[in-house]
Design a protein around this ligand. Structure first.
Ligand SMILES: *[C@@H]1O[C@H](CO)[C@@H](O)[C@H](O)[C@H]1NC(C)=O
Ligand SMILES: *[C@@H]1O[C@H](CO)[C@@H](O)[C@H](O)[C@H]1NC(C)=O
Ligand SMILES: *[C@@H]1O[C@H](CO)[C@@H](O)[C@H](O)[C@H]1NC(C)=O
Ligand SMILES: *[C@@H]1O[C@H](CO)[C@@H](O)[C@H](O)[C@H]1NC(C)=O
Ligand SMILES: *[C@@H]1O[C@H](CO)[C@@H](O)[C@H](O)[C@H]1NC(C)=O
Length: 770
């Protein structure tokens, strides 16, 4: 087996050491194994079954060097035209695939392939079984594929062991008594897709499975399969013109168990010749009527398919005698009604299919069915007692009907799955499911439900696991869907379907509710903003109160102090020095406020405030103006003297009234405080008032400029001197005094006062009259 070419290098290594020798032997054996693998093939000889695969390699010739130990050899999909005789050396070969080549014959001797069990000659150029006569030498051949060859008959094919023969899509036109004579062990024969017309009593004692579908069989005599004594399954599907039953005679076979005659030309079932029949497929024929007791002889029948036949009515005893029937398919017919006792005798019925019919009402059936399919009908009506005679019903499919409501008190102790997809349900009745105590799955998708599902509907459905709700025009209102959602979330039953339902519901809520929630969020935002404003206002109010309290205190202090002399602008003859300017009183009020300013308020002064700085800046200009009017100096001097005198007398006279005024101020500050509160509470009614107060608050909010220590010192000094602190307080007091003035008793005092022009302000018109 070792080839010389590989030998030479390794023999030289052998001399060096035994270790290398052993190694080399191993390598040689590997190389040897590979060397026996033909070009363009894959070899798997180190495992069972030992396989060489050379499929679809474009091989023109049988590849050389195929190891004798091969068990499975795949040469399919090549262009082989012949197989050489030396294929007989493959003594272990069990499986030989020669499909889709161009073979016209096999070697005349195949005796060497003693273990060959399966030979696939599908889709070659075999013209006749005579060209493959050597098959008879294959003493172990069990399965033979001859499909898609131009073989016209099987008569001379012989093999004592062959059990299965596939000769589909060949050119076989006739099956007669000699056809199977060379295949005594044949079990299965598939002749589907042949131009077979004539079937004349084929003979085989072993054949159990015969497929004659997709042929051209026209008529079958009653005794056609008489000599296939062991036949159990017969497939005759899609013989478009096939008829085997007339009024007088019908095909017969006493052992036949399974018959498929779908897509033929039967106008009646004709099953009475098959007493052992268990499975009958009569789909897609033209059976229009089912007379009473027509299946009475098929006592063994388990499955009967009569779908797509054009049945427009069932007699109430059509299925009588079918006591073992388990599956009855009557779908895709033209049934408009079904008598309630039609399935009375089918006591073993498991699955009853009435889908794709024209039923208008849910039939009042008495049936043992476990699975009842009535989908795709025209059912619009449905009575509450319809399930009462279905003692074993577990699944009821009513998808694709026209139901607009589910009746109350629908009762079943066994129903687990209720499918109501694609109906016209608008609302769920609060008693619809109460008596369906075993309900597990409920499909309500594709209906017209708009209202969230009331969890109370299911109070008695303890086993409920899944409710399908998608594809309904839910009114997407979180408020009404939330109870449903909550019910689903809290429910103990949780499985994957449940999760899916939840996810779909959630997606729905999220999608449809997003708009609503967005709007809600915006509303909340607005609300928060209002609240914040409210808070700020409250803060302002608080600050105001503190301020007023401080003012009060300061005023009290003021009363105790003797007023320090201060410089009045009009006392100046020259422009003021810096210190003088600093000590000058400052005007922080509007001209209108001046009219109502009290004596005390006029003396308010602040240092380091914005207004003050502004006035400082302006001061030089003022001074210049004053200096320009130097010709009036003498007159001014006179006026000043006069005023001083007047003021002195006034102060003397009003020292008591100042006191009373302070009390007044105190009182009114309290008044203002409560006023502010009321104003804020009743924002709508007293909006203007509230706004003015708010503005006050805002003004107090403005942080004073950071003060230098010296400025602070100065300020303290000024406060001590003047009795007032900042211009903010000033403005507060401004208002206070305005209010104060509105009171008749305080106005008396104020009217008596002469106004004092302050620095940084132009004299008012009245003043210029002086
Ligand atoms: C097949 O079996 C029959 C007897 O059963 C025998 O006479 C015949 O020679 C066998 N043929 C082959 C090819 O072995
Ligand atoms: C259907 O049943 C009625 C009475 O049960 C009978 O008169 C009629 O002939 C039956 N039809 C067929 C086709 O058997
Ligand atoms: C009933 O028949 C229809 C159509 O023939 C089919 O789609 C459906 O799956 C069948 N139902 C059952 C429960 O077998
Ligand atoms: C329903 O079937 C029962 C027998 O099971 C029968 O007595 C009753 O009259 C039927 N009801 C209708 C409305 O057909
Ligand atoms: C069902 O609803 C009706 C009114 O819509 C009410 O009278 C009845 O009590 C409800 N039944 C149950 C079981 O909730």
């Amino acid at each position: 087996m070792i080839k010389g070419a590989n030998d030479a290098p390794w023999t030289s290594n052998m001399r060096n050491s035994t270790v290398i020798f052993i190694l080399s032997v191993t390598l040689v054996s590997i190389l040897d194994a590979q060397s026996t693998c033909p070009a363009r093939c894959l070899c798997y000889l180190d495992r069972l079954p030992r396989t060489i695969a050379c499929s679809k390699q474009g091989l023109q010739e049988y590849p050389a060097g195929i190891s004798d130990i091969v068990q499975h050899l795949d040469l399919s999909g090549n262009s082989l035209q012949e197989i050489p005789e030396h294929v007989n050396s493959l003594v272990d070969l069990q499986y030989l695939n020669l499909a889709r080549n161009q073979l016209t014959a096999l070697p005349s001797d195949l005796r060497g392939l003693k273990k060959l069990q399966m030979l696939d000659l599908t889709e070659n150029n075999l013209k006749s079984v005579k060209d493959i006569a050597a098959i008879s030498h294959l003493v172990n051949l069990k399965i033979l594929h001859l499909s898609k060859n131009s073989i016209e008959e099987l008569t001379s094919l012989s093999n004592n062991r062959t059990q299965s023969l596939y000769a589909n899509h060949c050119s076989i036109k006739e099956l007669n008594s000699l056809s199977l004579s060379g295949l005594p062990a044949l079990n299965l024969l598939s002749l589907s897709g042949n131009p077979l017309r004539v079937v004349l009593r084929p003979t085989s004692d072993s054949l159990r499975w015969l497929d004659l579908s997709n042929c051209l069989i026209n008529y079958l005599n009653p005794d056609t399969f008489e000599r296939l004594t062991s036949l159990e399954e017969l497939r005759l599907a899609n013989n478009p013109t096939l008829v085997y039953s007339t009024r007088y005679e019908t095909l017969q076979h006493i052992n036949l168990k399974r018959l498929d005659v779908s897509r033929c030309n039967l106008d009646r079932p004709g099953l009475h010749g098959f007493p052992a029949l268990t499975h009958a497929k009569l789909s897609r024929n033209i059976i229009r009527i089912l007379p009473d007791r027509i299946f009475a002889k098929n006592r063994e029948l388990l499955q009967l398919y009569l779908d797509a036949n054009g049945l427009d009515s069932l007699n109430k005893s059509s299925f009588a005698g079918l006591t073992k029937l388990e599956i009855l398919d009557l779908s895709a017919n033209a049934l408009q009604e079904v008598h309630w006792s039609t399935f009375n005798e089918n006591i073993k019925l498991h699955r009853l299919n009435l889908s794709y019919n024209g039923l208008h009402e849910f039939p009042n059936l008495t049936t043992e069915a476990i699975w009842l399919d009535m989908s795709t009908n025209l059912i619009y009506n449905f009575k509450s007692n319809v399930l009462s005679n279905m003692p074993r019903l577990v699944t009821l499919n009513l998808n694709n009907n026209r139901l607009e409501n589910i009746p109350n008190n629908l009762e079943s102790n066994t129903l687990k799955n209720l499918f109501l997809r694609q109906n016209r349900l608008v609302q769920l009745n609060n008693e619809s499911f109460v008596r369906l105590s075993a309900l597990r799955n409920l499909d309500l998708s594709g209906n017209r439900l708009t209202e969230g599902i009331d969890p109370d509907l299911f109070w008695n459905n303890k086993f409920l696991q899944a409710i399908q709700l998608e594809d309904n025009p839910w009114r997407c209102d979180c408020e009404q869907l939330y109870p449903t959602y909550k019910y689903f979330m809290e429910s103990q039953a949780t499985d994957r379907t449940w999760g899916l339902v939840l996810i779909s519901l959630l997606t729905m809520v999220i999608l449809f509710g997003s708009v609503v929630s967005l709007r809600h969020a915006m509303k909340m935002k607005r609300h928060a903003r209002l609240e914040r404003q409210e808070l700020e206002r409250a803060e302002a109010r608080e600050r105001l109160r503190l301020l007023q309290r401080r003012n009060q205190r300061l005023e009290e202090e003021l009363l105790e102090q003797t007023a320090e002399p201060r410089i009045h602008p009009l006392e100046l003859i020259q422009p003021p020095t810096y210190d003088e300017a600093v000590d000058m009183p400052r005007l922080a009020h509007s001209m209108e406020a001046l009219d109502t300013m009290s004596m005390d308020n006029m003396s308010i002064q602040a240092i380091g405030s914005v207004d003050n700085l502004r006035s400082k800046k302006r001061r030089p200009r003022r001074a210049r103006k004053r200096s320009q009017s130097e010709d009036n100096l003498a007159r001014r001097e006179e006026r000043r003297e006069e005023r001083r005198r007047r003021r002195l007398s006034l102060e003397r006279n009003n020292s008591t009234s100042v006191l009373s005024e302070t009390n007044q101020l105190e009182e009114s500050s309290q008044l203002t405080e409560s006023n502010a509160e009321i104003a804020i509470k009743e924002t709508e009614r007293t909006r203007s008032r509230a706004r003015s107060i708010c503005e006050d608050g805002d003004r107090t909010k403005i942080k004073p400029r950071p003060q230098t220590p010296s400025a602070r010192k100065k300020k303290r000094r000024a406060m001590a001197r003047n009795g007032h602190s900042t211009d903010d307080e000033d403005s507060e007091l401004d208002q206070l005094s305005t209010r104060l003035n509105n009171k008749s008793n305080s106005s008396i005092i104020i009217k008596k006062l002469t106004r004092e022009p302050r620095s940084g302000r132009r004299p008012s018109p009245q003043e210029s009259d002086f």
